[in-house]
Design a protein around this ligand. Structure first.
Ligand SMILES: Cc1cc2nc3c(=O)[nH]c(=O)nc-3n(C[C@H](O)[C@H](O)[C@H](O)COP(=O)(O)OP(=O)(O)OC[C@H]3O[C@@H](n4cnc5c(N)ncnc54)[C@H](O)[C@@H]3O)c2cc1C
Length: 293
């Protein structure tokens, strides 16, 4: 294989690849055209180089100083296939496209994914969920590439799915997911998806740059938005980073906010919650890049 860096673009601005519209540059940026190309790339990369996988960037806060090493963006691996009651989605397919493909085949079980604005790889990595459902629920297998470039099919119980996290070893990459669904009525599925999207428009600032829920909910203390609200954090602001007026667990970019603004806002909110309610919050949004490498 030719030098792997020949396949990369250099110094690519990452903010446009995120829903927060924040972040510096990727030192190297690679968009594989096929699973084989990605596996070969991983096999041939220098061992100690930093690799970061980016899906739709809807749960990521990228450092203002960018990301060193290689950022791999999987958007070209975006096929979704329906085979009987199984829906097989590549990691770069959006969750929305996957949910709509199921609907078109009158298959029910992943309607909740229609409102989650990320990729299937990101949905797996975050075990994304809503309305009582999570990505792992209807999953029967996933394909991954290991950190040495080997392709492997795994069962969900080998992945260690938990609330908004998995036990996938560091450096392994989700390549595709197979969901086993049930036959349903297409109109009912469509209506359910419309209902979900309507609820989101009503309750979330979806027309503003954000990364969805900032903090995780807690078994012990309940919904993160209720905690944030109770501590009086709605509307708090650092520069142009703000705790949304519409949803107290969404941090929004009012325009030109930096990753440093978001970090400072988060710290202030965390401190206020700790001080007022004695609760330690845990972030759902992933910090990617130089400050967290
Ligand atoms: C308006 C809005 C609403 C949202 N609502 C919800 C919701 O209801 N429920 C919910 O759970 N989330 C929600 N989110 C958060 C986000 O959409 C989900 O977590 C989504 O699944 C992330 O996917 P992504 O492709 O954007 O991930 P990214 O942000 O690109 O990546 C997230 C993490 O996953 C890793 N990753 C991505 N792809 C792979 C891969 N192929 N293999 C290994 N690791 C990978 C990244 O390295 C990173 O650590 C919302 C976000 C927004 C902006």
């Amino acid at each position: 294989m030719s030098n792997i860096f020949d396949k990369c673009q250099k110094d690519v601005a990452l903010a446009p690849y995120t829903t927060l519209k924040i972040g510096g540059n990727a030192e190297y940026f690679f968009e594989p055209e096929s699973v084989k190309e990605l596996a070969d790339f991983i096999k041939n990369k220098p061992q100690n180089i930093n690799i970061t996988i980016l899906g739709e960037g809807s749960n990521s806060l990228i450092s203002d100083n960018g990301i060193s090493g290689i950022v791999i963006h999987l958007n070209k691996l975006s096929n979704v296939k329906v085979d009987g009651v199984n829906v097989i989605a590549e990691a770069g397919a959006t969750s929305g496209k996957t949910a709509r493909s199921a609907r078109e085949a009158s298959l029910t079980g992943i309607e909740f994914l229609c409102g989650i604005p990320g990729s299937i790889g990101g949905a797996l990595a975050m075990n994304a969920g809503a309305y009582g459902y999570q990505t792992a629920d209807n999953l029967i297998s996933v394909d991954v590439i290991t950190n040495t470039g080997k392709l492997k099919t795994m069962q969900p119980d080998e992945i260690g799915f938990e609330y908004r996290k998995t036990g996938l070893p560091n450096g392994w990459i989700f390549i595709s997911a197979t969901f086993k669904l049930k036959h349903g009525n297409k109109d009912d599925i469509r209506n359910q998806m419309r209902k979900i999207n309507k609820e989101r428009v009503t309750s979330q600032p979806i027309n503003m740059p954000s990364s969805g829920s900032w903090f995780k909910n807690s078994d012990e203390h309940g919904s993160a938005w209720k905690i944030t609200e109770k501590a009086g954090c709605r509307g708090m602001r650092v520069g142009n980073a703000q705790v949304s007026e519409k949803h107290a667990n969404f941090f929004v970019n009012l325009g030109g906010a930096t990753s440093a603004d978001m970090e400072e806002l988060s710290q202030k909110v965390e401190n206020k919650i700790k001080e007022k309610l004695g609760i330690k919050m845990h972030r759902e949004v992933k910090a990617l890049g130089k400050n967290s490498e």
